[in-house]
Design a binder for this molecule. Structure first.
Ligand SMILES: Nc1ncnc2c1ncn2[C@@H]1O[C@H](COP(=O)(O)OP(=O)(O)O)[C@@H](O)[C@H]1O
Ligand SMILES: [Mg+2]
Length: 262
């Protein structure tokens, strides 16, 4: 079943067609990656899918329903959540508090009632904490729940972002460059985290430049260049596609991608 689909999605900034007629279809429970050179339109595509921007043209469907132009908080309630390319962490809060901020989208009482310690929120608060702990556990940060976010290593912060996005219990999770700035050990840890999330029944849409990670976790890869679709296929198909090698991978990258699969 298709869980997420775009049809002819387009958005221009001034004269630049950042996303130019992109149609894609993400099967449920896939790890579906979107790759392409800097400026190809990957983040803008995520912004369109997650409701940060409304498209000039085209549509987005989530679990069969037309969700085009819905705002991010509405989409979160519909089961779509994302991380951002730049860290969106509150460094003076603990790790678990950062996750609970994400979780509050799901609640009726909201973050302000919570901060005011209103009695009605007590039980919900405990549920929120339990769910935040579960989200931290899914990214391997259960042991660091009480640590100040400012004291965490960079790779842990990237995983904390993922935990926060998971806290709203999405069906579809969009990850924008989770390995950017990570060292090889942190990237390898992310690979396990992404596999675990997918094994738990969440469809993952991944934007990433680390070809080893992409090749190792992806069920399918969609390649963008200049805002438009260049190719789509399995890792093996994409890394041997001459147009993809020319536009993005280069000879070195194609070799690296081939190496990753072995
Ligand atoms: N808010 C914006 N305003 C103007 N131009 C933008 C904006 N966001 C992205 N762009 C342009 O759209 C194109 C695609 O950018 P982006 O989606 O960030 O690419 P990627 O994530 O693949 O690197 C680039 O030419 C970029 O300069
Ligand atoms: Mg980007």
């Amino acid at each position: 079943m298709t869980i997420l689909a775009t049809e002819g999605l387009s958005l221009s900034f001034g004269g630049v067609r950042a996303v130019d007629g992109v149609s894609l279809s993400v099967p449920e429970n896939f790890v579906f990656s979107i790759i392409g050179p800097n400026g190809a339109g990957k983040t803008t595509l995520f912004n369109l899918i997650s409701g940060v921007y409304a498209p000039d043209d085209g549509s987005v469907r989530l679990a069969g329903a037309d969700v085009t132009g819905l705002k991010p908080d509405r989409l979160a309630r519909c089961g779509l959540s994302r991380t951002f390319q730049n860290l969106q962490i509150f460094f003076r809060m603990s790790a678990i508090e950062n996750v609970m901020v994400g979780r509050h989208r799901h609640e009726r009482t909201g973050v302000f009632a919570d901060l005011l310690h209103l009695p009605a929120v007590g039980r919900q608060n405990r549920e929120t904490r339990a769910q935040a702990e579960a989200a931290l556990d899914r990214v391997g940060l259960a042991g660091l729940a009480g640590q100040s976010a400012g004291s965490l290593a960079y790779g842990d912060l990237k995983r904390l972002e993922i935990a926060r996005a998971l806290a709203s219990e999405p069906k579809v999770l969009l990850l924008d460059e989770p390995a950017a700035g990570c060292n090889p050990v942190e990237t390898a840890a992310l690979e396990g985290v992404i596999r675990g999330i997918a094994a738990g029944g969440v469809t993952v849409v991944l934007v990433e430049h680390d070809m080893r990670l992409v090749m190792n976790v992806s069920d399918r890869i969609h390649v963008l260049a200049n805002g438009a679709t260049l190719a789509e296929g399995t890792g093996a198909e994409v890394r041997s596609n001459p147009a993809v090698i020319e536009a993005y991978l280069g000879v070195h990258g194609a070799r690296e991608a081939a190496h990753a699969a072995h």
